[in-house]
Write a protein that binds this ligand. Structure first.
Ligand SMILES: NC(=O)c1ccc[n+]([C@@H]2O[C@H](COP(=O)([O-])OP(=O)(O)OC[C@H]3O[C@@H](n4cnc5c(N)ncnc54)[C@H](OP(=O)(O)O)[C@@H]3O)[C@@H](O)[C@H]2O)c1
Length: 170
């Protein structure tokens, strides 16, 4: 099972402003994310990302099983393409494998990314680096004790000001 992380980030490593807003990412970032989610057939998102994408009107993402990780109870208004779970990252990957998937797409936010990173469960990363800076917000990995080396697989210019970095975790 391969796990890919796909994030739109600021050059200083934020994925959302302090209030949770991430609507500053480009159309190309959103399209790239949709394409990867379609290929994988699934996405895994934390509760705060679920709430924020619901507010923005993007949830559930089409053509993919949307796995929302939370310890809270939510009413599933969407049917079988949405799964609420309190399983651990490892258990979620086993569940997706059992459903026949070979790739999992990790869709944030910072806390969920950190818990996958801490367990060494991320194999590839796409960072779409967007052209704006801000000094306070939600980091791509919430503060946690982990580290890994990256191999740069590809860089792509997505538009005039946005660069995509594609890494393999060594
Ligand atoms: N720029 C981008 O590409 C991008 C992508 C995704 C998200 N975002 C932004 O990221 C923000 C949300 O990030 P966030 O760090 O605040 O929250 P998050 O990672 O989306 O959600 C964290 C919540 O998920 C639940 N959870 C359950 N199991 C967990 C586990 N093993 N590890 C971590 N969390 C677990 C917890 O809620 P319970 O208490 O319910 O268990 C936790 O409080 C949003 O504002 C969104 O806009 C940006």
């Amino acid at each position: 099972m391969k796990t890919i992380l796909y994030m739109g980030i600021s050059p200083n490593g934020y994925i959302a402003k302090e209030d949770g807003n991430s609507e500053w990412t480009s159309d190309e970032d959103l399209k790239g994310f949709y394409d990867e989610s379609k290929k994988a057939g699934n996405i895994i998102l934390g509760k705060n990302t679920f709430l924020e994408t619901s507010r923005q009107g993007y949830f559930p993402f089409p053509d993919a099983v949307n796995v929302v990780v939370t310890h809270r109870e939510f009413e599933n208004k969407w049917g079988k393409n949405v799964v609420f779970t309190d399983k651990s990252p490892k258990e979620i990957l086993s569940m997706l494998k059992g459903m026949g998937f070979t790739t999992a797409l990790l869709a944030g936010g910072g806390m969920l990314n950190a818990s996958f990173a801490r367990e060494g469960l991320i194999d590839e990363i796409y960072f779409d680096v967007e052209p704006l800076l801000f000094g306070k917000g939600i980091k791509v990995f919430a503060d946690t004790d982990f580290g890994c080396e990256l191999e740069l697989l590809e860089t792509k210019q997505l538009n005039k000001n946005t660069i995509q970095l594609h890494y393999r975790v060594v």
